[in-house]
Write a protein that binds this ligand. Structure first.
Ligand code: F1P
Length: 349
């Protein structure tokens, strides 16, 4: 099998993200009326839930929700909501957003059973497949457009569901500026990937780099986790994610010349995050920084997204270059990015 055949689905799914984001945000218009009905109801805490990628998505979506609406929001793995509901549902009248690409993950469906048994009615499913179990069961649904996938590892489905969840937060907050910023994101996809695909391939093929660390703070922590998972799933490489400043508190002991340290740099903590990158470079890591505008970044390589958009709205745009890093590392190791070891697209218990 040649390299193009191996990973052909994943590659197509990564590279189609600009179009799929456009279609997904376009498809939001027809779904906003039902959402307004949901957001109009009084509610306590907002809880985002999912498994694997969609748990990491939940982390980024909950942070976005709280940033845009000021309401308390958190993320929990669906297994925790199912098995430890008293640890999650402390406040009355929660609002739950259940995220799942497949709509068939057992833990997420069991979490819905738990919510139903407790009379929780404000449940919104964010998913890719409208005809499947999760969308059928949840009273409210938000669907992507054209984000279906053949590959096991989530790429365009993840970023599209993230954009939808973020757009839902902007709508709930009545924040038109945030919505406009999200709608502009697809236009930046092609130029970004055009500029940096070669860098992703170069770093992936550099076999001196054998350990990957992804750092992000605030809304970007969940994105860093997802980048970590892509590297693990597609390329079976040692890969970890941390809150950026947390990395100093022990984990930095693993830094060595074979470490590629990827910093997802936001605006809020810009100076503090750059200090971590500088420190890790001094310790011998190769540093790749993702920033929106390049200003004296202490990194070996810089990906500049160049949007001028607010930090929250840029979250999904950080992933394509890192998905490509995982994709090309997988090919460099003679693996098949479409079919990760030991994994199925859906975990059924
Ligand atoms: C979630 C998930 C994926 C993971 C694997 C198994 O699925 O954990 O993140 O890559 O394929 O399933 P879903 O509930 O979002 O469909």
């Amino acid at each position: 099998m040649n390299q193009i055949e191996r990973g052909a689905f994943t590659y197509r799914e990564i590279m189609s993200q600009g179009d799929v984001w456009q279609a997904t945000l376009g498809g939001l218009a027809g779904q906003t009326e039902r959402l307004a009905e949901l957001w109009g109801q009084p509610a306590g805490d907002v809880i985002f839930t999912g498994c694997g990628s969609t748990y990491y998505l939940s982390l980024a979506a909950a942070a976005t929700w709280q940033a845009l609406t000021g309401q308390r929001a958190r993320a929990v793995p669906a297994s925790e909501l199912w098995l430890f509901p008293d640890l999650v549902l402390a406040q009355p009248n929660p609002r739950v957003v259940a995220v799942s690409r497949s709509g068939e993950t057992t833990e997420t469906l069991r979490a819905l059973d738990t919510l139903a048994a407790r009379g929780v009615e404000q449940v919104l499913a964010v998913t890719v497949y409208g005809e499947r179990e999760l969308a059928r069961r949840a009273p409210y649904t938000l669907l992507t457009t054209g984000a279906e996938e053949e590959s096991v590892a989530q790429t365009r489905s993840f970023t599209s569901m993230l954009l939808l969840a973020q757009a839902a937060a902007a709508l709930a907050a009545g924040n038109q500026a945030a919505l406009t910023a999200l709608r502009r994101l697809p236009t930046f996809f092609a130029p970004l990937v055009g500029s940096y695909e070669a860098l992703s391939r170069q770093l992936a093929q550099d076999r001196r780099l054998e350990r990957f660390v992804f750092l992000g703070s605030g809304v970007y922590y969940g994105v860093a986790c997802e980048a970590m998972l892509k590297m693990k799933e597609m390329s079976l490489s040692p890969s970890e994610a941390f809150h950026t400043l947390e990395f100093r508190h022990g984990p930095k002991s693993v830094v060595a010349p074979g470490t590629l340290l990827v910093g997802l740099v936001g605006d809020t903590a810009y100076e503090q995050e750059l200090k971590v990158l500088a420190e890790m470079r001094d310790l011998g890591a190769t540093v790749l920084a993702l920033v929106d505008a390049e200003r004296d970044v202490p990194a070996d390589y810089v990906v500049s997204t160049g949007t001028g958009l607010p930090e929250v709205a840029r979250a999904a745009l950080l992933l394509p270059v890192l998905q490509l890093l995982a994709f090309y590392r997988s090919l460099a190791k003679d693996l098949n990015p479409d079919r990760p070891n030991n994994l199925d697209a859906v975990v059924r218990l």
